[in-house]
Design a protein around this ligand. Sequence first.
Ligand code: NOJ
Length: 521
Amino acid sequence: MAAADRDPTEPWWKAAVVYQIYPRSFADADGDGVGDLQGIRSKLPHLEWLGVDALWLSPFYRSPMADFGYDVSDYCDVDPIFGTLADFDELVADAHARGIRVIVDWVPNHTSDQHPWFVESRSSRESAKRDWYVWRDRTPDGAPPNNWVQTWTDGEPAWTVDPQTDQWYLHLFLPEQPDLNWRNPEVRAAMADVLRFWLDRGVDGFRMDVLHALGKDPDLADDPAELIPIPHSALNHHESTHEIVRELRSVLEEYDGDRMMVAEIFLLDTELVASYYDGGAGVHLAFNFPPLFAPWAARPWAVRIDEVARMIEPQGWPSWVLSNHDQPRHRTRYGSEARARAAAVLLLGLKGTPFLYAGEELGLEDAVVPEDRVVDPGGRDGCRAPIPWTVEGDHGWGRAEGLDTPWLPWPPDAAERSAEALRADEGSILHLYRRLLAARRASTALRLGDQAMVDAPDDVLAWDRTGAGGDRRRVIVNFGSSTVDVSTLVEGWAVEVASADGALGTDGALAADAAVLLRPT
Ligand code: NOJ
């Protein structure tokens, strides 16, 4: 059944499972050691087999790559390292033909310092684009305009003096990533046109980078001293952002087909994240990162699940994510494959739209990156290791002459964890993900149903999902390191998917670090 026919009255993104692709690391069609759009296209049959509904592509736009694409120098073109606009069109057409939607990353807070807008802005204080960025005069004491700090540094100011015009410019990230001035209507119009450029090309939506940071305090007031050491926790979050979000939403609504936005709100506070839904007028989905930072333990997860129900649900539809290109993979954080498997049942059993990060379905760990191969200014190379596709040789990555490795080292056990090896093994974590995705597709309770927690022993969380037509599922996760008797919880239920073979004994004992998805008997 086509996705659109499964839930005709609901927007597609509520029931979808979204799969994040970091293009540099996914698949390499031209053998230069960096992944590309044709590489992604060549893996669509595999992604269809896996059963994902949508792809989110991290940036593939023209970029000097100071932040590997999150520093954009042309929002409306593909960087030659990834291919061409024609490759992009082919990728979208092929994905759509397979019933897979495509959302792209939009980086509105800052451009590259090589973007023609910034080149013009910095050229003179009188430039027509001067006010497109945030410039401030130098003061006699030499101090930066305020106490805002630059990400990935130990308190370096978020300001750099540009020698050409002897003024400070603002950059919440690298000096090569100057912040746009979203108070300027010309900036808003130009960036709305970027959205239209991609909407016209048929994309189904956008992942919006650091959306909470767009609205800046007009006075650029100092951040409260006690908050400065907490990265992004309440900083760079200003009321005026909500108006911008509503405007962006109206751009999407110029188009048919439920085009959507999912916002990166990197505020480690679920109540603040919820505010960006704006009761239905704001974002369609927001990433809520506190669960990603929760340890593998029942109590912290119970708190996070409860917060989402209380704070997000009254405003909109939740989303769930355990890994992405900015954080150590959850397989690495949680420390074992058993936990990564149980986490898959957790993620795909919760109410909300799940986001998978390419490679988690292979149970990949972060690569260990030797010092001489570190390339990321933010220390995130490990989770960006290339995906191993085949067992032998270069794991499916071509090798141009003179090149002996892709742009980053392989993750541990690349041969054993390659897609080829795990596809041949029905018991693998890859097949577990596939079974879970198939179970979601087949169950309205899992896709769209309500959620109610069920009393469970210590170390265990259990909940019911109830959907249209009385469809029901139960999920039980044992976060503990001992077997737990859950016999009372499984009466009247049968295992639909287990995190590992024999996870639930016939005596009702659920193994350590194991989880089951149950359907009524
Ligand atoms: C969040 C992105 O996920 C990250 O990779 C990037 O470095 C920053 N935003 C800056 O764009």
